[in-house]
Design a binder for this molecule. Sequence first.
Ligand code: SF4
Length: 362
Amino acid sequence: MTGLYFHIPFCAKKCPYCDFYSVPYSKSTVQGYVDALLRNLHHYRQPELAVDTLYFGGGTPSLLTPEQVQNILSVAADCFDVQPDAEITLEYNPTRKPDGYLKTLRSIGVNRLSIGTQSFSDKQLQLLGRTHTATDNLRTVQAAQEAGFTNISCDLMLATPDQTENVLSETLEILTALPITHVSAYMLQIEDGTPLSQNEDLLARCPGDDATVERYFQAVHALRSAGFHQYEVSSFAKAGCESRHNLRYWKCEDYLGIGAGAHSCYAGKRFCVPRDARAFIAADVQPVEIVDAHPLDREERLMLALRLTEGVAEEMLSARARKKLPFLEQSDYLRRTPQGNIALTPQGFAVSNAVIAELIES
Ligand code: SF4
């Protein structure tokens, strides 16, 4: 069983905080890019291999036409054994007017939408350099529901400039009243080299460390109260609506990434495709760089699994890490799950990198 990931690196406008690989949109380049995706699907063809998740990520996959999405899905179904109940997700930027687009997407088999809402405050969206408004967000969710999507995820950005408790509270109130099944709530990261990292004024308006943790708890609490259970550091879902594709990453299960900048954990290796759309389009087969020829060692599994609320079996930890458990449990960073696993508490998730490093470096 595997998952397929398609990286669609085109964006109409670069957001000032974004460090993902993306290139400016042009209609002709996109078609060449889709042709390259199809060539690669044929290259990796394994009709016996079951595929139960497909994910269009970006960039902005909603810049693809429905015909292009359909073409990719039908070639994927020719080249792999795509399961009838496969989860098929597409990331959608609310800048696009939904019109009939979402209905068509749904009719060709896309059954999960991940909407880049980020906030329901126009001021916040403006500060983040997003080109959509809170009204666009609401209209998109409504159109998705009308199009027949029952599995809808929204992105929520935390620790953004001027995001006070009240500002976040208003967004959470709107977000939790929507007919959605999943929320990805992630902290704004200041990445070196991005325009945001050089904007002293905006940086000064970002919450400090304590306020960042408070905003995180505020979101965890509001989402939990609204029936979204936390299953990963940044992921919250209604029962049964966890992202099956993303769970593959954290559980170290196979996925094949196709496209410039795509990552894979496939056939026992981790590899990535260079972040170069032109090179990807020009090549018969996508060039890959091996990131790790022996992936899935204990440390890597541990690091990824600790992101999940189901945690890890104590035996996975080294003897030195196990000695630290009483202290980390007393400090409310770790807990025992009903199954006896070791898992991070909400407090631990708020500083997850540090707690996980403590356990790994032992
Ligand atoms: S739309 Fe998404 S991928 Fe594109 S620049 Fe903005 S944040 Fe980055």
